[in-house]
Design a protein around this ligand. Structure first.
Ligand code: FE
Length: 583
């Protein structure tokens, strides 16, 4: 009865039509269409137990969303969402998480989409609930994360003259969304619900459904629409002739470099196989950090503002870039060079510069096909150079991680966290100095996952991201790395971790300032002004919330604090006193 969707290509495994339940398939089983691992599948729906006879539009809406794989709604109930919230209460398929601010709900849904490739919903009332969602939704929009926003609207007969909490919600959401509709009549319920999920998955962004509060309670019973046959399979690729052309260019190259972006995040092994065959180093964008183990010999770090010295030099000297699923942000700084580009989005091909060959399609399909076509090349002098450059980079990082200096250096914190964070942890990053140091100095493992607010770069993402990670992966440790500025924007929702017993581990790199802005004032010749922060004792705040709080003032206390934090089963804040100065 249960169905599973491949989040890489959308193939649906329906247990009703198969010989084995999904859980009985061996771990080495792969998607029959795109070849992705079993772990890339997500459960769509469980057997229904809904027995109520008094179905409303809200019940149908929630049942339909569940059928298409929505499992979580994050939000705050309110006057104009009473019907929808009651339908979620009655559903045994969708779970509601009540938060303290709608921005956190939207960030959670965005984080969940980035982590799983599946859609979660966030919910807010008309007016302020809707506008509070906006920052998290813009994060999803810019980072191409599939998210559904559900809002209440004032009753239809009140629309127009200016009712309490009434804004022009349709217009408000229009620039944020790939799909934006107001549900005005009961017979639109299943079609709009399915189109909303479909657009968020295929157009990779935010869908919004607004439902007037009177529509929510209209009695309605109808057939729930299945996903199969309604969603495009994404296992497509460019023509063989283009792949052959790309392979020819790679064969001619003396110094190829692979740059992998978030679009290749699940393709680490495939990218490595290509790299090994052609003797090329692998560089990632910030968001693709962790695609391979940091100690993988051909992986040389990230490019751009958080660049490793090795990555910067290898890109500078490259005669060919092979760019896979990267979006050419100004932070990654991919230069204009001879390029082969692979992307699922045709508008991303040659976005900034002309490319020698643009390969449209799913990297899960294209990278192995390209690997088949290229010649084996063992370029030992290039491989030696890569090894040496990587070693000097690692030596520099080790030297920076001075354990004696107080206040504690961020580089040292990253070193200890690299050693202590478990191999299967999910790490949610905030924005600011903390993220900069993580991107540059943290040694990530391919078995870990990391999420961040990439393009919007919104402070306050870290904590909601950790909440979402803890919900999506209850068996894995969820770690938040934040600064004092970003954390204090959303810290009320540490209470949400307590309420739902989500054992998140929050590290607040407390430099008592908006550290990155302080750096920028300095670099651009402005006086340091309005960047000092008057702070909480975040450890005491954790204790007062019912969690565990640990204050770290000296470098010698850090390891023990982390051990204590990781060995408890409760939500924890480790408040680490850090140096606001970068170098
Ligand atoms: Fe697949």
């Amino acid at each position: 009865m249960t169905k599973y969707r491949c989040t890489i290509c959308n193939y649906v495994y329906d247990e009703d039509n198969e010989l084995k339940p999904f859980s009985d398939l061996p771990t080495e089983w792969v998607c029959p269409v795109c070849g992705s691992a079993k772990t890339e599948f997500i459960m769509l729906t469980k057997k229904s137990k809904l027995t109520t006879k008094d179905h409303t539009v809200s019940d149908v809406l929630i049942e339909q969303l569940a059928e298409w794989g929505v499992k979580y709604v994050f939000g705050i109930p309110g006057t104009s969402t009473l019907g929808i919230v009651d339908a979620i209460r009655k559903s045994n398929k969708i779970k509601f998480f009540q938060v303290r601010h709608e921005q956190v709900a939207a960030f959670m849904a965005s984080a969940y989409g980035k982590l799983t490739g599946n859609v979660a919903a966030c919910l807010g009332v008309s007016g302020p609930g809707a506008t509070n969602l906006a920052t998290g939704l813009y994060d999803a929009n810019l980072d191409k994360s599939p998210v559904l926003a559900i809002t209440g609207l004032v009753a239809r007969q009140l629309m127009g003259p200016g009712s309490i909490q009434e804004i022009d919600q349709y217009s408000f959401f229009e620039p944020i969304c790939v799909f934006n509709k107001i549900l005005m009549a009961k017979n639109q319920t299943t079609i709009l619900a399915t189109l909303a999920v479909k657009h968020s998955l295929l157009d990779r962004g935010v869908s919004h459904l607004g439902v007037p509060r009177d529509v929510q309670k209209i009695p309605y019973e109808t057939k729930i629409l299945p996903l199969e046959g309604r969603i495009t399979n994404l296992a497509f690729r460019s023509k063989d002739s283009l792949i052959i052309k790309a392979a020819h260019i790679i064969n001619e190259s003396k110094r190829p470099v692979i740059i992998a972006g978030f679009g290749a995040i699940s393709q680490g092994i495939n990218v490595l196989t290509l790299a090994e065959k052609i003797s090329a180093p692998i560089i990632t964008t910030f968001r693709a950090k962790g695609i391979l183990d940091a100690d993988e010999p051909l992986y040389v770090g990230s490019h751009g503002t958080i660049a490793s010295t090795a990555a910067a030099e290898l890109v500078r000297k490259a005669d060919l870039l092979i760019v896979i699923g990267a979006s050419y942000s100004d932070q990654t700084r991919i230069p204009e060079k001879k390029t082969i580009q692979i992307d699922i989005n045709m508008n991303m091909i040659a976005k900034n510069y002309p490319v020698a060959v643009g390969l449209i399609g799913n990297s899960a399909i294209i990278v192995p096909r390209l690997t088949e076509r290229v010649q084996n090349s063992h370029n030992s002098s290039y491989l030696n150079e890569i090894k040496q450059l990587k070693n000097s980079w690692l030596q520099l990082i080790a030297k920076e991680a001075d354990s004696s200096s107080s206040p504690i250096r961020a580089q040292y914190i990253m070193k200890v966290l690299s050693e202590k964070i478990p191999d299967n942890a999910v790490i949610s990053l905030d924005v600011g100095e903390n993220a900069w140091w993580f991107g540059r100095n943290f040694q990530m493992k391919s078995t870990q996952k990391m999420i961040m607010s990439g393009y919007l770069a919104s402070m306050g993402f870290g904590l909601p991201g950790a909440l979402a990670a803890s919900i999506a992966y209850p068996d894995r440790m969820s770690v938040c790395i934040s600064g004092d500025g970003g954390f204090s924007m959303v810290m009320n929702d540490f209470l949400t971790a307590m309420k739902y017993a989500l054992p998140i581990k929050v590290f607040v790199l407390n430099n008592q300032s908006l550290g990155m802005i302080m750096q920028e004032q300095k670099v651009e010749g402005y006086q340091n002004w309005q960047t000092n922060l008057y702070n909480f004792d975040f450890a005491k705040f954790a204790e007062n919330s019912g969690g565990l709080g640990i204050k770290v003032l000296n470098p010698g206390e850090l390891e023990e604090a982390i051990d204590k934090c990781f060995s408890t089963k409760t939500a924890t804040i480790v408040d680490v006193n850090t140096d606001p100065k970068r170098f």
